[in-house]
Design a protein around this ligand. Structure first.
Ligand SMILES: Cc1ncc(COP(=O)(O)O)c(C=O)c1O
Length: 294
């Protein structure tokens, strides 16, 4: 019996995500130490000491299930960004956001648009639900928004994935170009704007997409605690979206998809307002934090 044949053809066709090789494995293989891995954009400076203390505190209650609704974390995000709880989705890393969006809104026969050389999970999340991915040719290794718009409209796609900045090519789309894209896109096509590296943008490139949610109810903004906050190992991400969109995403997520230690750390990291960009402490959206020491 070939058990793989029990899986639907679109699952069998998935080429598994290849994560970067763990440092320990490479060190064993090469017999060396002190490797610095760049492949996964992990934070070389680690997380806030406040997050570390919160994790230790949360361990005391590890026998209990986490808050499945993530009240404290939603509250922290809500207060900081002015987004109501009903418009927030929490996830096991922002990877979860990409998958929840695909699972909530795509099924067999539906189409999702993304760019060539964009984040590798977009095609995987699309394929895992039996939908068809349309990969649009890139311009200078970045998103060609005009071509993506054309493809989405002509192919009647349901979802568009955009990474800004993009991984792995590091390209960046200006706010005015994203806004022009959102204005031109029919409202029945959803856009996942993946801002995993948003906090790393230099001041002159920084933009605030959160107020766009008011004008574009088809917009899903996806962010993470993995990168700038140095919590990749814990897996915490979140999305902001129209309450109806968030509701659909919440319906398909696991009831306890963000563990209690991760929730506690993310709340503390957020409170610390220290996002570590590797080029110095970045400012939070609304406040300069250069003087914050922990
Ligand atoms: C563009 C982009 N989006 C999303 C993710 C997912 O990150 P996480 O699940 O750790 O939040 C990554 C991770 O490398 C990424 O590069």
């Amino acid at each position: 019996m070939n058990y793989s044949e029990l899986a639907p053809p679109y699952i069998r066709a998935i080429a598994p995500y290849q994560p970067g090789k763990p440092i320990s494995e490479l060190e064993r293989e090469l017999g060396i130490s002190g490797i610095v891995k760049l492949a996964s954009n992990e934070n070389p400076l680690g997380c806030s000491p406040l997050a570390m203390a919160a994790m230790q505190g949360a361990l005391k209650s590890i026998a209990l299930y986490p808050d499945g609704n993530g009240f404290e974390l939603k509250d922290a995000l809500s207060k900081r960004y002015g987004v109501e709880h009903a418009s927030i989705v929490l996830g096991n890393g922002s990877n979860d956001m990409l998958e929840l969006a695909a699972r909530a809104f795509l099924s067999v026969g539906d189409k999702a648009v993304y760019s060539d050389h964009a984040f590798a999970v977009y095609p995987l999340a699309t394929q895992a639900v039996g939908a068809t991915g349309i990969s649009v040719a890139a311009i200078n290794f970045g998103h060609d928004l005009k071509a993506m718009l054309k493809a989405a409209v002509e192919q009647q796609a349901k979802l568009v994935f955009i990474a800004n900045p993009n991984n792995p090519t590091g390209t960046f789309l200006k706010a005015e170009d994203l806004l022009a894209f959102l204005r031109a896109l029919p409202a029945n096509i959803l856009v996942v704007l993946d801002e995993a590296y948003n906090e790393y943008l230099p001041v002159e490139c920084r933009y605030d997409s959160v107020p766009w949610l008011r004008d574009f109810p088809n917009l899903i903004i996806s962010r993470t605690f993995s990168k700038a906050y140095g919590l990749a190992g814990l897996r915490v991400g979140y999305a902001f979206a129209n309450a109806q969109v968030a509701d659909m995403m919440n319906r398909v997520r696991q009831p306890f998809n963000v563990n209690s230690v991760a929730q506690a750390a993310a709340v503390a990291a957020h409170r610390s307002r220290r996002a570590c960009t590797g080029w110095g402490w970045s400012s939070s959206r609304r406040s300069a934090i250069l003087s914050v020491s922990k």
